[in-house]
Every structure is written in C-alpha cells, then in structure tokens.
Write a new protein. Structure first.
Length: 278
C-alpha cells in the first residue's frame, strides 16, 4: 500500500502543512509512479535503501513494499513527525537532518558495512550539489536512482557533444556512470511543478575514471567550461601551455564540450601547475 492523491491531501490538511517552495517540496501522489520507481531501482529483500527528501512517505512505502530495509531522511521538522506516523509502522527508520551536511559514515556506516542504494525524489533546488556530494563523501552508496528536474538530469548524464554536457557531467563521470532512465509527468505531483522531471540512474565506478587529483581536475574543467564558446587555447590561457596540450593529445583548438573524462584526465596530468583548487 502507498499513498493516493486523496490521502496526501488529507495528511497535508489535517496537519496544517503547506508544501514549501523554498525546500522544493513536490509530493508524488500516484501509486503507479512510485512503484515504477521502486521497480526501476531494482531493490528488494536483502537490499539497504536510503531515501532523501522522503516527504509524506509515498515513495518510502513503495520501497518498503519490496522487502528492502529502508532509511528515510527528511529535513523539514514539520513533515518529519507525519512521515514517522506513516512509515515507521512499516519498519522504516526515519532520520531528520540536512542531507548536504549529514555525516554519512555515521548514518549509513563505513564501507565495511556494505553497499546502500539511494532512491529519491530530490528537491530540485539541491539535486545537483547533492548528487555530487554523495558521490564524493558517501562511497557506501553504490548506486542511485534519483528523480530530478529534466534539465538537471540531462546534465548529470550528458556525454561529450550533447547540448547539456558541462562541468557537472564531467564531475559525475569521474566517479560514476549516469543515464536517464525515464520521464515522470508533472501531473503526478502535488503541487504540480512547472518543469518536467526525469529519473537518472547513477552507478558508482569501482575506481575513479582517471588517476589524477580530483580537486585539480575539477578546477581545470570548471575553467574550461567557464568560457565554453572559446577554444581551449583561449579558455585555459595561462593555465595550460602548448606542450601540455600536445603531451595530452588534446587539440588546443577543441572546446571544453568535446573532451570526455579521459581526455580531461590526460590534460590535468600533463599540466604542471593547474588552477588552484577551490
């Protein structure tokens, strides 16, 4: 059993809760959609699932139905008690806190505790930094299926040459493989957003795609994409010289959007003094 549109509306009304635009709250109210997400996540008995931004528990209940062990994270102190009343009777553990600042090793256990799967309808305003933070700081999360705004999802999964390919795409590719796994219509949300949503599947690599310092790599990538219309020779002037381009096998006439993670790694390795990591 999961929550219908009427049940979500009733929970909001009885508890005097209005969805917060500041927190990016759009609640899924279609049982078929949340069960589809749980199915695409491929989770079941024996799996450990963490959900961020659990809201009123629609997706949480669908995940619990699979037999997986579910941990739900919610930031909103007004929603958290309602969430507990809905999902704790189903064996779900609820943690209240900010996912961007959470000590994930403490909450989920270290690498030795075994892998977790993240399945979540992420608040649109923090989705991208949250995915990047989890890839960096929560190695125990082996894979993710996240629902995000379409433009953000396409950036997370973009490849060289795609219109949405950018610095975010390269940062994801450093630690994971990401693909758009499906679309979600705006009509299944309350309130209904003015944007399209997609599901993005993110699978962590066994090791980073390239063996260079991540901070220096990301600083170089950000410098390149800061002037994406320029050739790299101009965008990275004063940072990468002609000999480094030649040694890396990268054309100085290329633009940032043409380089994949491997090429960015070679260019970083061949740059003696890259931009200072932030």
């Amino acid at each position: 059993m999961t929550l219908t549109r009427r049940e979500v509306s009733g929970l909001l009304s009885r508890n005097g809760i209005r969805p917060s635009r500041a927190l990016g709250q759009n609640f899924v109210v279609d049982p078929n959609t949340v069960r589809r997400i749980a199915r695409l996540a491929g989770v079941g008995r024996g799996d450990r699932v963490v959900e961020i931004g659990a809201g009123l528990g629609s997706l949480t209940l669908a995940l619990a139905e699979t037999g997986a062990e579910v941990l739900a994270v919610e930031l909103d102190r007004y929603l958290a008690p309602v969430l507990r009343s809905v999902v704790e009777p189903r064996g779900v553990r609820v943690v209240e806190g900010d996912a961007l600042r959470m000590d994930w090793a403490h909450v989920l256990g270290g690498d030795e505790a075994g892998p977790w799967v993240l399945v979540a309808n992420l608040p649109y305003n923090v989705a991208t930094p949250l995915v990047l933070t989890l890839l960096e700081k929560a190695p125990m999360i082996a894979r993710m299926l996240v629902m995000v705004q379409r433009e953000a999802g396409e950036r997370l999964a973009a490849c060289p040459g795609d219109p949405t390919y950018g610095a975010v795409s390269v940062k994801v590719a450093y630690r994971a493989r990401a693909v758009v796994a499906g679309r979600v219509p705006a009509t299944v949300f309350v309130p209904q957003p003015n944007v399209e949503s997609v599901l993005v599947s993110v699978e962590r690599l066994a090791a980073p795609a390239v063996t260079v310092d991540a901070k220096r790599l990301f600083a170089l990538v950000e410098a390149g994409f800061a002037h994406r219309r320029k050739m790299l020779r101009g965008a990275l002037a004063g940072v990468v010289d002609e000999t480094a381009f030649a040694a890396a096998g990268v054309r100085p006439e290329a633009r940032a959007e043409e380089l994949d993670i491997i090429a960015w790694g070679r260019l970083t390795a061949c740059t003696a003094s890259g931009p200072s990591p932030s």
